[in-house]
Every structure is written in C-alpha cells, then in structure tokens.
Write a protein that binds this ligand. Structure first.
Ligand SMILES: [Zn+2]
Length: 118
C-alpha cells in the first residue's frame, strides 16, 4: 500500500515507502495479539515502518528489530500500537520519487491514477 504505482516511477529507494503528510490519526484500542504481531514482523519492511512511524511522530520504534522481539514486552506494546491501533483518518501520501500525491479520506487511501500515469 505504501508503494508508488506511477509508470516510470520505479526507483525503489524513492517510490517506497510513500511519505505521509498532513495526516490526522486516531487510536483505536484493540486487544494485543502477540502471535499475530510476530507473524507480521516477519513480513513487513522494518525500515519503511520505522521511518513512517517516526515521520508520524509515533512511539519511537527501534532502528532494528530486537533479537528476541517476542520476549521484549515494551517493544511488542509499541509495535501493537503502531501497527494495529493507529488509523489514519485524513491526509495524503506523497511519492518521494515522482511527487504523486495519493489522498486519504475517511481512512481509505485513494490509489487510483490518472490515465497518463498508468
Ligand atoms: Zn512515484
């Protein structure tokens, strides 16, 4: 979702992750599920998540995943907050490569492109 899809915008160091701007966040408390978090942790791009969370001013995540994340309670709580509880209600995502802006409205990012961008 945080990847730019504009044609010709394929420098991976710029087109991912999209930069979140002018966002409104809401925190929705949910029950923490460590199994789910451990599973997600294996799939996500940590650098992208860490950078995005920092830009949003969220609970600072460490620059690298701890060696034994499952037993690091404070880390798991932060991860849960950032991944599961923070919803972006309004704002936009801007590509660092081509500058395309994807608006976010009512919590839903609009990833549609104009015809000339596909
Ligand atoms: Zn782009």
């Amino acid at each position: 979702m945080l990847q730019c899809h504009v044609k010709g915008c394929n420098d991976p160091s710029l087109s991912f992750p999209l930069q979140l701007k002018d966002v409104e966040l809401e925190q929705v408390e949910t029950e923490q599920n460590d199994d789910l978090l451990a599973n997600l942790l294996q799939k996500i791009d940590w650098n992208a998540l860490q950078m995005t969370a920092t830009e949003l001013g969220l609970a600072s995540l460490p620059e690298t995943i701890p060696d034994d994340p499952d037993s690091d309670e404070a880390f798991m709580i932060k991860l849960h907050e950032v991944l599961m509880e923070m919803n972006i209600t309004q704002g936009k995502m801007e590509c660092r490569g081509c500058g395309h802006v994807y608006p976010i409205k009512d919590g839903i990012p609009n990833m549609l492109l104009a015809e000339h961008e596909i």
